[in-house]
Structure formats: structure tokens, C-alpha cells
Write a protein that binds this ligand. Structure first.
Ligand SMILES: Nc1ncnc2c1ncn2[C@@H]1O[C@H](COP(=O)(O)OP(=O)(O)OP(=O)(O)O)[C@@H](O)[C@H]1O
Ligand SMILES: [Mg+2]
Length: 451
């Protein structure tokens, strides 16, 4: 159902109001009822005591007055009030008021007491008229509880009426308040609907308050920001990758067309195959690089094993010896034994290969050295060359995907991006120190495996 949250708000508000009014109303009703009864009893007692005090008792003899009202002429009795004077045997000496038949039996008199009719329609107070401990007469005052009931009835209907009027009203108010409060969420829904690959710029207008919804909207916007950025990165990546594919494919195409244009000598065919093989190799490297990147990115958590970093680097270093010799470069390998790290051996190999490849590619003469050493709880792989070096401007960009320096030779500019991703995957660090024209040092740090 639509708008359920608002409806729930409204229903909860109304229920809360209903329960509060019922509890408060009941409390008020009971308190009021007790208070009114107590007041009535107090008033009866005071009246009775006053009447007793004005009776004419002399030497143990009570002279009944002509009328009970005489002694209390100043009092205006409320409606439903009865007063009477009985002798100790229960004979009525004087009576004033309409509740006679319902008054309690005076024979049971033991001392002052309150009594109430079973229906609760009246309350009576009975008081003795004594002299030196002897009972001379009994005075009774009684009052109908009609006025108390009237007040309580009024209160009951007021509470009921407030429930009937205010419960729906609180539901409606709750609904509109929820609509106001939840409007930023509706805005988020609309923005999320507008946000698409065609419209990456859709953002929420931030509410002015810094409350929960304001913070949620802020977080939502920064999430959209990151999505937009990753979309841009993705598009850039696809466009760069396609561009990188285009060059070797164009070369292949040209060689094929030129070679097929007319009959060729065997030497010419051999040359064409060699050139095509170069282009295919370039494509192969590119695909391998892209696959490695995809693999790293698809693997947020590394499921590593223990790798002996020194042994691995020695093995890889040796495979570079023919290449360095062919280029007249000296290759120095020096590793500390027993440095174990937790990682993926294939991925770590790829990291070292990429660094060594660059060193060989960008060094014309001199030396390339591969060192593995330990500092505290870290193992470091250091690849140093005496090559062309990297300008400080380029140093900040060489780890970007597809970035290649001015003096760059063949390649796609993915090698160092892969190295950086691999190092991050292994919770390590990578740094470059380089002087243009003198050479570079790449240092990858990896946390040693805790035994
Ligand atoms: N040892 C180095 N000496 C000098 N410049 C380097 C060295 N290593 C990297 N660079 C510079 O950094 C750039 C990026 O290196 P990266 O390895 O990412 O790409 P690439 O070697 O050009 O191509 P790929 O590795 O994809 O075949 C290189 O083009 C080069 O300009
Ligand atoms: Mg490279």
C-alpha cells in the first residue's frame, strides 16, 4: 500500500493520544470522584457537629428545639439534604428533608459513622448527642450524591467527547506532520528515480537542518557523487582500453592489406609475420593486463597463502637475465632469506615482473638491481635502475591507468596501475623515488606474515 509510513505515523499518533486520554481521564475521574465524596463527607460532619453544638443540653437533659434549622438558620442546605434528631430508641424527634425512608437504622449506633446507600445515591453521617458519656439523642445528616454524580457524569462525557473529536483529529494532524517530516525522503525517491546513466548529475536539495534526515540527504548526495565518479572512471577506462586495442589492430590491418595487395617474396612474408606477431604480442599483453586488473577488482578480500618473497623475487629476477644481458645491462639480485608474506603468488609475481619490465624498458645502460629486505614487521621489494628517470610532475601520475610518460616506449600505461592495485590488495605500500636522467627506485612494502 502507498504511503504506509505516513499512515503508520498517523495511526500511532492517534493510538498514543487515545491511550493517553483514557489513562489520564480514568485517573482524573477516580481522583475527582474520591475528592468529591470526601468533600461531601467533610461537609456532613461539619454540619452535624455544628448542629450538635447548638443543641440545648442542660444537666443531662436534652430539650429538643422546635426546628433543627433554628440552630443553623444561617445555612442554606443544598438540594437532597436531610437532617433529623432521634431519641436513643430510634424515635424521630425532629426531621427536616426528603430522604427519611433510606436513612440507616439508628439502633446500631456505637459512635459517629458514615453510611452510604447500596446504590450509592446518598451518604449519611450519624453523630451522638451525649452528656457525661450518656447518649441523649442521635443526630443524622444525609446528602444525596446527585450533584457529585452530575459532576462526574459531566467529566465522563467531556472525556468521551474529547476522544471522539481529538482521536481522528490527531490522526489527521499526525498524517500531515509525517508528510512534512518525510518530504525529504520523497525527494530522495524522486532523485533516485531521476538518477540514471543519462543523468548522473541529479542531486538532492539539502534540507537546511542538520538533523537525521539532513544527514541522510547529505550521505545520499555523496553516494551519488561517488557513483557519478565511478561511472566517469568506467567510461574513461572503456574509452582508453578501446583506444589501446585500436593501435595494434590498425597495425595488423595495415600489414594484412599491404601484404595481400600483390604477390610477395618469402622474405617479405616472413617480415610481415614478424610485424604481425609484434602486434599480437601487444594485444596479448593488453588483454593480460586488463584481466589482471579485473581479477584484482573482483577480489575485495585476498585469500592468500604464505609466500617466500625472497625466493619468488630470485626466481623472477633470473628470468630477466637473458633480457638484461641482451641489452648490455648489469642485473644484481640480493635477497634476505626467510621473509614470508601472506599473499597470492601469481599476483605478487605480476607485481615484481611489472616493476622489472619498466626498469629494463626505461634503462639504456648501467645496472638494474632487485633487492628484498626487512624493516621491522615489513618486507620490502626494491627495484632500482639507472635509466631515464621520471620528472616529479609525472611521478604523481604514473600510477594512474593508461598514463604514459612523454619518453615512453611501447606499452599501455597499465603496468603501474596494476602494481598499485596489487599492493593495496596485499595491504602494502608503494613509493617511487626518481631523478630525471639518473634513474628510479620503486619500493613496495608488504606486511610480514605473523607466525
Ligand atoms: N623505471 C622507470 N623509469 C622511468 N620511467 C618509468 C619507469 N617505470 C614507469 N615509468 C613511467 O611511468 C609510466 C607508466 O608506467 P606503466 O608501467 O604503468 O606503463 P607502461 O610501462 O608505459 O606500459 P605497460 O606497463 O602497460 O606495458 C611509463 O610510461 C613511464 O613513463
Ligand atoms: Mg610498465
Amino acid at each position: 500500500m502507498k504511503n504506509t509510513l505516513k499512515l503508520r505515523f498517523a495511526l500511532r499518533g492517534a493510538t498514543l493520544f487515545f491511550v493517553s486520554v483514557v489513562i489520564l481521564g480514568s485517573f482524573l475521574y477516580v481522583t475527582m470522584s474520591l475528592f468529591l465524596q470526601d468533600s461531601l463527607k467533610d461537609s456532613l460532619r461539619v454540619t452535624a457537629q455544628h448542629l450538635v453544638s447548638v443543641l440545648d443540653v442542660d444537666n443531662g437533659i436534652l430539650t429538643p428545639p422546635d426546628s433543627l434549622d433554628e440552630g443553623s438558620s444561617s445555612r442554606a442546605h443544598p438540594e437532597g439534604f436531610t437532617e433529623r434528631l432521634l431519641d436513643p430508641t430510634g424515635r424521630v424527634l425532629l426531621q427536616n428533608g426528603p430522604l427519611t425512608a433510606e436513612l440507616p437504622d439508628p439502633h446500631v449506633f456505637r459512635g459517629p459513622f458514615f453510611s452510604q446507600s447500596t446504590s450509592g445515591s446518598w451518604i449519611a453521617y450519624t453523630e451522638g448527642v451525649t452528656d457525661a458519656g450518656r447518649l441523649l439523642a442521635i443526630l443524622q445528616v444525609a446528602q444525596s450524591t446527585r450533584s457529585v454524580s452530575a459532576v462526574l457524569d459531566q467529566l465522563f462525557w467531556t472525556i468521551l467527547l474529547s476522544l471522539v473529536i481529538f482521536v481522528p483529529l490527531s490522526a489527521i494532524t499526525g498524517y500531515f506532520m509525517a508528510t512534512g517530516l518525510l518530504s525529504p525522503i520523497d525527494a530522495m525517491t524522486r532523485t533516485a528515480k531521476r538518477f540514471s546513466t543519462e543523468n548522473l548529475a541529479a542531486r538532492l536539495e539539502l534540507p537546511p537542518s542538520n538533523d537525521e534526515l539532513g544527514r541522510l540527504a547529505g550521505t545520499f548526495n555523496s553516494m551519488l557523487e561517488r557513483i557519478e565518479q565511478s561511472f566517469k572512471n568506467y567510461r574513461e577506462f572503456v574509452s582508453n582500453a578501446s583506444h589501446e586495442f585500436k593501435t595494434p589492430l590498425a597495425i595488423l590491418h595495415t600489414i594484412l592489406n599491404v601484404t595481400r595487395a600483390r604477390p610477395r617474396t618469402l622474405t617479405e612474408y616472413a617480415q610481415a609475420l614478424d610485424d604481425m606477431s609484434q602486434a599480437v604480442l601487444r594485444l596479448e599483453t593488453l588483454v593480460n593486463h586488463l584481466l589482471t586488473l579485473a581479477k584484482i577488482e573482483g577480489e575485495p578480500e585476498l585469500n592468500g597463502t604464505s609466500v617466500n618473497l625472497g625466493e619468488l623475487c630470485l626466481r623472477i629476477g633470473e628470468t630477466f637475465r637473458p633480457l638484461t644481458q641482451a641489452q648490455g645491462l648489469e642485473l644484481v639480485l640480493s635477497v634476505e632469506p626467510g621473509l614470508e608474506v601472506l599473499g597470492d603468488e601469481t599476483l605478487l609475481s605480476s607485481m615484481v615482473v611489472n616493476l622489472l619490465h619498466n626498469a629494463v624498458k626505461f634503462t639504456e645502460k648501467g645496472k638494474i638491481s632487485l633487492r628484498v629486505y626487512r624493516r621491522e614487521s615489513w618486507a620490502y621489494v626494491e627495484v632500482q635502475d639507472t635509466g631515464i628517470g621520471i620528472s616529479s610532475e609525472d611521478q604523481s601520475r604514473i600510477f594512474e591507468r593508461f598514463f604514459q610518460g612523454e619518453t615512453s616506449r611501447e606499452g599501455s600505461g597499465l603496468g603501474l596501475a596494476i602494481v598499485e592495485s596489487l599492493v593495496k590488495l596485499h595491504r602494502g605500500t608503494i613509493r617511487v623515488d626518481s631523478i630525471l636522467g639518473q634513474g628510479s627506485i620503486f619500493t613496495a612494502g608488504l606486511p610480514l606474515r605473523v607466525a
